[in-house]
Design a protein around this ligand. Sequence first.
Ligand code: DUC
Ligand code: ZN
Ligand code: ZN
Length: 479
Amino acid sequence: MSILIKNGTIVSDGQQKNADVYCNESVIKAIGQDLEVPDNTHIIDAQGQYVMPGGIDPHTHMQLPFMGTVATEDFYTGTAAGLAGGTTMIIDFVIPNPQQNLMEAYHTWKDWAEKSCSNYSFHVAITWWDETVKADMKTLVEEEGVNSFKHFMAYKNAIMADDEIMYNSFSRSLELGAMPTCHAENGEMVFQLQKQLIDQGITGPEGHPLSRPPAAEAEAANRAIKIADVIGVPVYLVHVSTEDALDEITRARSNGQRVYGECLAGHLLVDESVYLDTNFERAAAHVMSPPFRAPEHQKALWKGLQSGNLQTTATDHCCFCAEQKAAGKDDFSKIPNGTAGVEDRMAVLWTHGVSTGKFTPEEFVDITSSNAAKIFNIHPRKGSIQVGSDADIVIWDPELTKTISAKTHHQNIDFNIFEGMEVKGLPSYTICNGVLKYANGELMAEIGSGQYIKRPAFRSIFNALQKQADLNEAKSVKR
Ligand code: DUC
Ligand code: ZN
Ligand code: ZN
């Protein structure tokens, strides 16, 4: 399929430009005016619209087996919903059980993900440590294109990584040129608080945020950042939800440390009052970790994105329906953690970010696509409209409107945390690998048409870090 996008405004790499874009054989072949294209080229008129890199959601959990159940959204339905919202790539998580062989878990997830109809890639979680884990990390980086490893600092007695695991895995990541990432919440604190609250008779969803206070996130963020600093490796904190954790990131960055922060569309727009809803189903539908927070944290997160101390936006898309959430009817700590958003992320960020003047369209592209591509080392193949980049493109109509609802969304979940929200600014077309996948409300998402995207090891950042470490060592020997 070849496609010519005419008359649109390209937004990419910090610039806007009026030019046509020609895609063929899954890449962008030409950008300019009056392009000569073959007769059978499909022409899209993008007059009055923006032509932007397709969204990259760097944090999803399709069909995750978690807390005794399995997320309802699989790699097909989830990536299709993403395409309907302008997202052309997800980075999901392989999460081995403690003691499970990493490669076995990786291949299990890889098989599940073959159904994807957008592009996909994996972070791999390090949930335990031994010499086989160390060896498999190398195989994953050098042969499978995995350049990031995830550490859950919460979920004690399940997938939690303690300091020993983190120290070993961060050190190995530095050797391999891979990025350590962290879910920063102090798992021991959460575990103790959950027990205390249940003992006090606080068993409903209102106990969920009480068991995961901002201090638990700040402590873990600080610990992850300090471990990374001692080792001299960059670190990426997923779903930063509090001003306190953001402050840790800001301080480290102002000291010259390479620390990156992600925030979720949900954390920006939903506050903790949802847990006080007396309807169990509605309150439980919002149970995710970290929880939704008080409005002052939301304000801080917006500013974190505006200042550049947070660089990416994601969703932590992890769908559990009412009957699954009911497992925690008598004990909030048993409610499967997770909410959806892969379809809505870009529209809610445009509506509340660009339309309010917080972000320019260029900055919107950075926080929804390009920054993730840069941080995870696939730019400019992804996250850019350039000749030679993959043809993953969203044509964005700033005038299109809709009211978000679980009744009409494509996501395979019975609830939407943005229910009733009016959004203005939506995709009119989504192109992935040079193929039209969504056009004016119609989804043409063929099962299995997505591609696994290998992400190469980081060379330049890690070489610079190595040089710095060597110089420091040489200086200390001289002294
Ligand atoms: N948080 C969630 O809410 N769900 C999946 C995993 C996580 O860390
Ligand atoms: Zn998490
Ligand atoms: Zn997650």
